[in-house]
Write a protein that binds this ligand. Structure first.
Ligand SMILES: [Zn+2]
Length: 499
């Protein structure tokens, strides 16, 4: 739908009640896959981490990954869920080349965790309760690459490639109950919820939690109903939204699109939709009825998972502090104001700042770099900050050079640019680009005298108390030194000259 056909957001919210539901897939970071001994690693040559079990050769027998079960229980507990004392895997039957087995081993009516609850804070500070329906274990599918078409999708492709390295990687799928009452905040709530899940699984070290690698993926269900109507509207499910920004934008877009259709008396098709990051819209995927029949049946090759209460309690006692408590602790350790801290959380920079502080920078300088120059670069390149080639150690390294008087602010930004361009560590960039501040006072004084010679009245003005006159000379000196001088020191030297 073209942008001008969408209903303006405020108008859509005025007329309709928004109901959302979120399904988040978390890829676990176990060493091996869910049901076989193949390595669970990202970026291997295609089809090198495969075996008869994960490509479903006849006669092969799966066995459950113990660590994956423990991680799933940990996630369930962190979501406030009950853990099922016994639960079976089930076969979800479908034919598609991304799973060679013709079925996905999943959990159906016996999920490992159910009935949870999370408190989610959105950027304005408002809090919402999100009820968790279930969290179940399953295996990921392989990766299809469609070649030759204009869109990279299967339609119009000449041929498709399949990589089964990801087939059988353990996943936990977390499903919320329908979320009511978020109103115009539904898009922010969806993004904040996914952020919280990501923060949680990362701090528990059960997932690498990199959205850009698909470790955390979100399917967003959106439906609208006229205000006052009891019956839920028809929902759409936007699949595999792979960044927080996209989650928010996709929900917002679907609200405006559905509102425009409903206002004209049209009907919403119950279907999956694809989010297009580049175009900022969704397009129709496949129809999806509630009666999709996958012919689920209990997996006969796997025994039920029956975690003992001792195991569950030992996992519970090993859980890290929950994200809300962690946020409170960090805010007080760092001494940030409410506003500063909220800015950091909403920019998704808690981890980076924590690491930068660990690497030796002060909390305030870490904050300034990540929410300032680095965020600016990410924004101008339309990237996520986590996708930039700068590490917390780099940032702490740059700050160390500033504190030692070797870089001024402008040079430090150049050093950052060098780091981002892959030129090495901050020290290496300084050496390669020759960016160090000139500390040779003789050279500075020579440049100052030269500038003063061109503006002979400046010293007189300073002596009359017009200290701001020094500014023009500082500017000239900085230019002569190609920015590689400490402006504060230049100012001091000029004032000394005026004595
Ligand atoms: Zn395998």
């Amino acid at each position: 739908m073209a942008k001008d056909e969408l209903m303006p957001y405020e108008k859509a919210i005025e007329q309709f009640e928004v109901v959302i539901g979120l399904e988040v897939h978390v890829e676990l970071n176990t060493k091996t896959k869910m049901f076989c001994g193949c390595a669970n690693v990202f970026g291997s040559e295609p089809n090198t981490n495969v075996c008869p079990i994960c490509i479903g050769l006849p006669g092969s027998l799966p066995a459950v990954n113990k660590k994956a079960v423990e991680s799933s229980i940990a996630i369930g507990l962190a979501l406030g869920c009950k853990i099922a004392p016994t639960g079976r895997f089930a076969r979800k039957n479908y034919f598609y080349p991304d799973l060679a087995k013709n079925f996905q081993t999943s959990q159906y009516d016996e999920p490992i965790a159910f009935d949870g609850k999370l408190e989610v804070e959105i950027p304005t500070g408002e809090k919402f309760e999100v009820l968790i329906e279930r969290a179940h274990m399953e295996e990921d599918a392989g990766k299809l690459t469609h070649v030759g078409g204009a869109t990279g999708r299967i339609q119009g492709a000449e041929y498709s490639l399949v990589d089964y390295n990801r087939a059988g990687v353990p996943l936990v799928e977390i499903v919320t109950k329908p979320i009511f009452g978020a109103g115009d905040k539904a898009p922010e709530l969806a993004a904040a919820y996914v952020r919280l899940i990501r923060e949680m699984v990362k701090s528990m070290d059960v997932s690498d939690a990199k959205m850009e690698r698909g470790n955390v993926r979100c399917d967003a269900n959106v439906s609208l109903r006229p205000k006052g109507q009891e019956k839920l509207g028809t929902r759409t499910e936007t699949k595999n939204v792979n960044s927080l920004r996209s989650v928010e934008a996709a929900v917002r877009y679907e609200i405006q699109r559905q509102a425009a259709i409903l206002a004209k008396g049209g009907t919403i098709t119950q279907e999956t939709r694809h989010w297009h990051e580049d175009r900022g819209n969704t397009s129709s995927g496949r129809p999806k009825s509630d009666a999709d029949d996958y012919r689920y049946f209990p997996e006969p090759d796997l025994v039920p998972v029956q975690p003992s209460s001792e195991l569950i309690e030992s996992i519970r006692s090993a859980l890290p502090e929950n994200p809300a408590l962690r946020r409170k602790r960090l805010q007080s350790e760092w001494g940030f104001s409410e506003l500063e801290f909220r800015d950091v959380v909403n920019s998704d920079l808690l981890d980076q700042i924590e690491e930068t502080v660990k690497a030796g920078a002060s909390a305030q300088s870490a904050r300034k770099w990540w929410t300032g120059e680095i965020a600016r670069v990410a924004n101008s390149e339309n990237k996520e900050i986590s996708g930039l080639a700068v590490t917390p150690q780099d940032v702490a390294g740059i700050q160390k050079l500033i504190d030692a008087g070797k870089l001024n602010d402008r040079l430090a930004r150049d050093v950052l640019a060098g780091v981002l361009a892959g030129e090495g560590t901050p020290e290496e960039v300084v050496a390669k680009r020759g960016l160090e501040v000139v500390t040779d006072e003789g050279a500075l004084i020579a440049a100052i005298d030269q500038a003063l010679a061109k503006q002979p009245d400046v010293l007189e003005k300073i002596r009359e108390g017009k200290v701001q006159a020094a500014g023009a000379v500082i500017g000239a000196v900085m230019q002569a030194m190609k920015g590689q001088a400490d402006a504060a020191r230049v100012r001091e030297l000029i004032l000394e000259r005026a004595k």
